[in-house]
Write a protein that binds this ligand. Structure first.
Ligand code: TRP
Ligand code: SF4
Length: 329
C-alpha cells in the first residue's frame, strides 16, 4: 500500500532565515524522518510571480538557493521529493479547472488576501493572478491527494479554502480528492534583531547562511529588555528575544541559569549574547557543512530537482487523467 502524502511549498523570495528554519523547515524534516508519509516539498515559483511579477531577475537563482537551504536544513532527496512547481505543468491545468468552480466570493473574503494587499501596498496586487492565489495553492495540494499540509498559522485560510474547493469538486463531478488537514508547528515565534517579526523585507533577519562575524554582529545587535539600561539593572528574560533564542539553541540547564542570572543582574547582555552566538554557531555547524557541500556541487542540486520533478510529474499526470475523466473534458 502506498503511504499517505504530505505536501508543502514555499515561495522562492530569497534566502531563508532562522524563523523559516524553525517554523517550517524543521517540521518538514521531522515529517520526513518519521517516515509515516511520502513527503512532497516544492518551490512555489508561480506563486512568487503572483506578487513579484514585475521583478523577476532573481527568480531562477532564488529557486536554486532555496533548494540549497532545504538540503542544508536536512531535507533528504532520498526520502522526500523536492520539486519545482512550474516544471510540473499539470498544476496550471488543474488550477484552470478549479478556477471554473470556485466562487469569486470565496476568494474576495479570504483574510490572507486582504492582509497581503494591505501589507504589500507598494505593489499593485489588483490582478487576476493574485486573487487566484489560493486556487493555485488548492491545485498544488489536491494534485498529490495530500492528507497533511505542514504550514504556519498564516496559511490556515488557504488550506481551509482548499478543503472547500476539493469538497465542491468531489460533489460536482466525482469523489477524487481527500480533504487535506493543516499540520501546524507549535514553535515560539522568533523575532528579528530589531524586535519586529523576522522578515526579509525588514532587514532584521538572521539567515540560515549567516555565520562567523556576520552572525556574531547580528546577535550583538539584538534588542533586549528595554528596561535593562545598565549592567546592574535586573532584566526580564520572559520578554527578551535573546532569551527566546537561548531556549532554542542552548541546553536546558544553561537556559535556567541565564534566566536566574538575568533577573538578578548576574549576567550582562553582552555576555549573554556572546554565549548565544556561540550556541547558534554550534547548532548550525552541520547545516553549514551541508551548505558548503551543495554550494560546491551545483550539478547535484540540479539533479535532485530534475529527479523530484519527474517523480511529481508521474503523480500529477495520473491525477489529471482522473480529473479529465470526471469533468468529461
Ligand atoms: N502560500 C504558501 C506560502 O506563502 C506557499 C504555497 C504555495 C503552499 N502552494 C502551497 C504551501 C501548497 C502549502 C501547500 O507560504
Ligand atoms: Fe536578555 Fe540576556 Fe540581557 Fe537578560 S541578560 S535581558 S536574557 S540579553
Amino acid at each position: 500500500m502506498t503511504r499517505k502524502r504530505i505536501l508543502s511549498g514555499m515561495r522562492p523570495t530569497g534566502k531563508l532565515h532562522l524563523g523559516n528554519l524553525h517554523g517550517a523547515l524543521k517540521n518538514w524534516v521531522d515529517l520526513q524522518e518519521r517516515g509515516e508519509h511520502d513527503c512532497y516539498y516544492f518551490v512555489a515559483d508561480w506563486h512568487a510571480l503572483t506578487s513579484d511579477y514585475s521583478d523577476t531577475v532573481n527568480l531562477r537563482d532564488n529557486r536554486i538557493d532555496m533548494v540549497i537551504d532545504w538540503l542544508s536544513a536536512g531535507l533528504d532527496p532520498e526520502k522526500s521529493t523536492l520539486f519545482v512547481q512550474s516544471s510540473v505543468k499539470e498544476h496550471a491545468e488543474l488550477f484552470l479547472i478549479l478556477s471554473m468552480i470556485t466562487p469569486l466570493a470565496w476568494l474576495e473574503r479570504n483574510p490572507t488576501y486582504k492582509e497581503m494587499r494591505a501589507e504589500l501596498s507598494g505593489k499593485d496586487l489588483s490582478t487576476f493572478g493574485f486573487l487566484g492565489y489560493p486556487v493555485l495553492q488548492a491545485a498544488d495540494i489536491i494534485m498529490y491527494k495530500a492528507h497533511g499540509v505542514p504550514v504556519g498559522v498564516d496559511q490556515l485560510p488557504h488550506v481551509e479554502l482548499t478543503r472547500e474547493i476539493a469538497r465542491r469538486f468531489n460533489f460536482m463531478y466525482r469523489e477524487i480528492f481527500p480533504l487535506p488537514e493543516p499540520r501546524l508547528t507549535d514553535f515560539p515565534k522568533l523575532l528579528g534583531i530589531d524586535g519586529r517579526k523576522m522578515s526579509k523585507s525588514y532587514e532584521n533577519s538572521i539567515y540560515i547562511s549567516d555565520r562567523g562575524d556576520v552572525l556574531v554582529k547580528k546577535v550583538a545587535a539584538m534588542f533586549t529588555d528595554p528596561q535593562r539600561m545598565r549592567r546592574k539593572d535586573p532584566g526580564r528574560p520572559e520578554i527578551c528575544n535573546v532569551y527566546t533564542f537561548h531556549q532554542i539553541y542552548s541546553p536546558a540547564e544553561d537556559v535556567d541559569r541565564i534566566g536566574v542570572e538575568c533577573r538578578n543582574a548576574g549576567i550582562g547582555c553582552t555576555d549573554c549574547k556572546q554565549q548565544l552566538s556561540a550556541r547558534i554557531a554550534d547548532t548550525m555547524k552541520p547545516v553549514h557543512d551541508r551548505r558548503d557541500y551543495y554550494l560546491h556541487h551545483p550539478d547535484e542540486v540540479r539533479a535532485v530537482i530534475e529527479c523530484g520533478n519527474a517523480r511529481a510529474t508521474r503523480i500529477a499526470r495520473q491525477t489529471m487523467e482522473e480529473v479529465r475523466e470526471a469533468v468529461k473534458i
